[in-house]
Design a protein around this ligand. Structure first.
Ligand SMILES: Cc1cc2nc3c(=O)[nH]c(=O)nc-3n(C[C@H](O)[C@H](O)[C@H](O)COP(=O)(O)O)c2cc1C
Length: 262
């Protein structure tokens, strides 16, 4: 069955959907309502650009009616607002110990569904570690992974002295995973986590990339599996998460962008 359904009665043959289809799959002209030939159905990635462009709400995708899709009529935040959000996103390494409500985290993950994925495959999955004890347990496993390989002695030594440089005592850990060995999983997960991080900042939460965790989870997949990353999937990135204890009072400098204009 076709992923795209076009309501012929509503279609005005304006051709807007045909022009925005990234794969050029839709057909039709001034006399024929738009249609998706069967040859195109297997190729269609259901990105929804046709639905988004149709002024007559004539296109449904995967049986989701256009009326069920959010109307894009509220003005977007301006450049300055988004710039400020990007510049004031910081790695938070000091967290309050009060938990972040599950609903709040779910709200962020829900919004990340609209972050781009290669071929619109939408295969990023999440593991959210809600229990601080489980986060600490994972940090301990990362320490032992590094210790066994004699990596980052400062980190293992800090752990032995009661300081967690791996997950910084964060109450939660948010892991993004995707099918292992597929070309774009790592990129899709990085985009998803980056989007999550910005949303979290806008919601008053603090995050920090958990690079040591990702390193260890890659070298010793049992660490991720124990937390529920499914078989065949790999943890491509993770964020510590909690309510921040520290404030961002100034924006520190960064290197000039290296750009070659052609
Ligand atoms: C892929 C990646 C892995 C990171 N891993 C860690 C980590 O394991 N622990 C940590 O404290 N910070 C980690 N960071 C945070 C960086 O140190 C931080 O982004 C950088 O110093 C810039 O600071 P800012 O994020 O506050 O702007 C990581 C960042 C990235 C992008």
């Amino acid at each position: 069955m076709s992923r795209i359904k076009i309501d012929e009665a509503r279609c005005t043959r304006c051709g807007k959907c045909i022009r925005v289809c990234p794969l050029g799959l839709l057909k039709g002209d001034a006399n024929t309502a738009t249609y998706l030939p069967s040859s195109g159905d297997a190729v269609c990635i259901a990105c929804g650009h046709c639905l988004a462009a149709c002024p007559r709400s004539a296109i449904a995708i995967d049986n989701v009616a256009p009326e069920a899709c959010e109307v894009a009529d509220v003005p977007l935040p301006g450049f300055e607002d988004v710039r400020r959000l990007v510049m004031r996103r910081r790695s938070m390494r000091l967290y309050q110990q009060r938990p972040v409500p599950k609903d709040e985290i779910a709200r962020l993950i829900d919004a990340v569904r609209w972050a781009p994925t290669a071929r619109n495959n939408q295969q990023v999955g999440w593991v959210v570690v809600m229990q601080p004890e489980r986060v600490r347990e994972a940090a301990g496993q990362v320490v032992e992974f590094l210790r066994a390989r004699q990596e980052v002695p400062a980190l293992t030594s800090a752990w032995d002295h009661g300081y967690d440089m791996v997950l910084r005592g964060a109450p939660h850990l948010v892991i993004a995973h995707g099918p292992a060995e597929t070309g774009w999983s790592a990129t899709d997960c990085a985009i998803a986590l980056t989007t999550f991080e910005l949303l979290a900042r806008s919601a008053g939460l603090g995050t920090c990339w958990a690079g040591f965790f990702t390193w260890a989870a890659s070298g010793q997949p049992s660490i991720a599996e124990a937390l529920g990353v499914p078989e065949g999937h790999k943890a491509y990135g993770a964020l510590m998460l909690g309510y921040p204890l520290s404030a961002v009072l100034r924006v520190p400098p960064r290197k000039e962008a290296s750009v070659h204009w052609v």
